[in-house]
Design a protein around this ligand. Sequence first.
Ligand code: ZN
Length: 127
Amino acid sequence: MFGKKKVKGITKRTLGMIMECAKDAHPREFAAGMREIDGLISELILIPGTISGNRSALLRLHNLPIDYSMVGVVHSHPSHNISPSSQDLNMFGKYGRIHIIVGWPYDENSWKAYDWGGKEISLEVVP
Ligand SMILES: [Zn+2]
């Protein structure tokens, strides 16, 4: 349902956008869908109300439009802890196969990628 093509990386620009959105939402959580083009995560699918809303961004995931190029979800943790919570693991299984968690201070080192089961995976950052 979420596409079968291998995803090998994420564009530097998309990662930068994620960090900007996470900073804007801080100290609340930010969440968005991620779209893959030619094996690279290249676009975000923004969820209405995510940045300005004061409820948990993850609770708004059901507002995501149906989009078969979506590979998974990125969300932020307003802390240094970028391990998936049990709520996250639940969500990972439902919303795709690649997930990214970014944490404070939202820089190039404060993120990790996980598969649908919560296992850490490596994603190349492509210029
Ligand atoms: Zn989380």
